[in-house]
Design a protein around this ligand. Structure first.
Ligand code: G3P
Length: 219
């Protein structure tokens, strides 16, 4: 399973990149609005930092023909840019055109099985269901992950399932159980998922017991 970081913060991405665990980054207009400086320069820096990872960058235009042009411009920023486009029917014709032109797309704001089926049918690279935002409405976002995963297997689509809007460690575990290809996780949630108080406690106990021996050089 691949792990993407759901942030545009260069410092945090640089830190996590050193762990070797990070396969890509998903940004969106909200993430970029929290960072200072030129967003284009930041995107290029992120693409250079993770040259083998996919960096998702979302369109900000609204009219379909402008979204199409912007998607082409974003894709030309670096080879590893994946263009995020909302799953809205106004954009289906340009999504199809961009797929035919081999632009790598991450279809975002996916909230239903049928949206997922249709985007996979168009041949996009990723579909991103938003688990947390469904749960905000008291809808079971985790079940949607399982349904989308089964659907992709059933029809043998090549589109990859990218679980987004991951708010808690339990969302990560549910996404793994659903068999998603990728989870995109905020750095704070990833840190919480990887640390465990019993690991800390175990290290303290081992260190205390070892100290009792009074050995300074080992081996
Ligand atoms: O990748 C999309 C994700 O960032 C949305 O998360 O928490 O704003 O619903 P959230």
């Amino acid at each position: 399973m691949k792990i993407f970081l759901d942030t545009a913060n260069y410092g945090l991405i640089e830190l996590w990149a050193q762990t070797g665990l990070i396969d890509g980054v998903t940004t969106n207009p909200t993430h970029l609005s929290k960072e200072s400086g030129d967003p284009v320069a930041l995107i290029k820096k992120l693409c250079a930092l993770l040259p083998n990872g996919h960096i998702s960058v979302e369109v900000t235009e609204v009219a379909p023909e402008r979204v199409y042009t912007q998607a082409k411009t974003l894709a030309a920023l670096a080879e590893n840019v994946v263009v995020k486009i909302p799953c809205h029917s106004d954009y289906f014709p340009i999504i199809k055109k961009l797929v035919d032109e081999e632009v790598q797309l991450n279809i975002t704001l996916v909230f239903s099985l049928m949206q997922g089926v249709c985007m996979s049918k168009l041949g996009v690279l990723y579909i991103s269901p938003f688990v947390g935002r469904l749960e905000d409405l008291d809808v079971d976002g985790v079940s949607l992950l399982g349904e989308l995963s089964d659907m992709l297997d059933q029809y043998d689509y090549e589109t990859e399932l990218l679980a987004a809007s991951i708010r808690h460690v339990r969302h990560i575990h549910a996404a793994i159980e659903a068999g998603v290809d990728i989870i995109t996780v905020p750095p704070t949630v990833l840190a919480t998922a990887l640390n465990h108080p019993l690991t800390d406690r175990g290290m303290e106990l081992f260190a205390a017991d070892w100290k009792k021996l009074g050995i300074h050089t080992f081996p």
